[in-house]
Design a protein around this ligand. Structure first.
Ligand code: MG
Length: 230
């Protein structure tokens, strides 16, 4: 006898982005980035960091800032910023509301694919109480040549989890992340419930290729069922 449910569900794997999807980290990261830049003579608010540099790689952001400053930031600026971010995580980082319930309600295999370093991902998920729910299936952009918006990380994660790209569903909150999922030939849902999301963000995710958008993790299991059986 055939397994009807398995035959009709389109997905074999759900791939979660980390920052802004599992952990509400973007506002904290922007505050740490602004703090370090001000300390080195570059005046900027956390909101301006969010506006100008969210989704931009650290290297590109640094080049822009150094061009405007007219001088180089210290060699150890990146590690100073990392330490400032990780310090704030311990006190301030929270899981995205209801993500634990959503993870529990999704019976498909799951993994994490994040632009962060392995240390940052592990620390963030641990602070939010999610690490042990998702380990060891956690992948970092440091394991591939090109980060998002290139498809490399999602394809790598799918390969490690032995899932065909066309049978993967990605959950993303950023435009480069949506672009990476589309380039990988995967379906993608756009989440716009993080503290950093401004009005109109969901519509931008949809325009970039999200099959559907949502702002409450309680919606996720139902959405997966709906788009997975179309
Ligand atoms: Mg993100």
């Amino acid at each position: 006898m055939q397994n009807t449910r398995h035959d009709t569900v389109r997905f074999d794997l759900v791939i979660f982005d980390c920052d802004g999807v599992l952990v509400d980290s973007e506002v904290i990261s922007c505050a740490a980035h602004a703090e370090m830049l001000n300390r080195h003579g570059y005046t900027i608010t956390p909101d301006q960091v969010l506006e100008r540099f969210l989704g931009v790689s650290d290297r590109e952001a640094r080049q822009t800032i150094e061009a405007e400053l007219g001088r180089a930031l210290p060699d150890d600026f990146d590690s100073q910023m990392k330490q400032a971010t990780l310090r704030r995580y311990a006190d301030e980082l929270r899981a995205i509301p209801r993500i634990d319930e959503a993870i529990a309600a999704i019976s498909l295999p799951k993994c994490v694919a994040s632009s962060g370093t392995p240390e940052k991902i592990r620390h963030g998920l641990t602070c939010a109480g999610l690490h042990d729910r998702l380990a060891p299936h956690i992948f970092s952009a440091s394991q591939v040549e090109r980060g998002k918006p290139a498809p490399d990380l999602f394809l790598f994660a799918a390969g490690q989890m032995r899932a065909a790209p066309a049978r993967c569903l990605v959950i993303e909150d950023s435009l480069p992340g949506i672009a990476a999922a589309v380039a990988a030939g995967m379906s993608v849902l756009g989440f716009h419930g993080g503290s950093h999301c401004r009005p109109g963000h969901g519509e931008r995710l949809r325009a970039a290729g999200a099959a559907a958008i949502f702002d409450d993790m309680r919606q996720l299991p139902g959405l997966i069922g709906r788009i997975g059986t179309n």
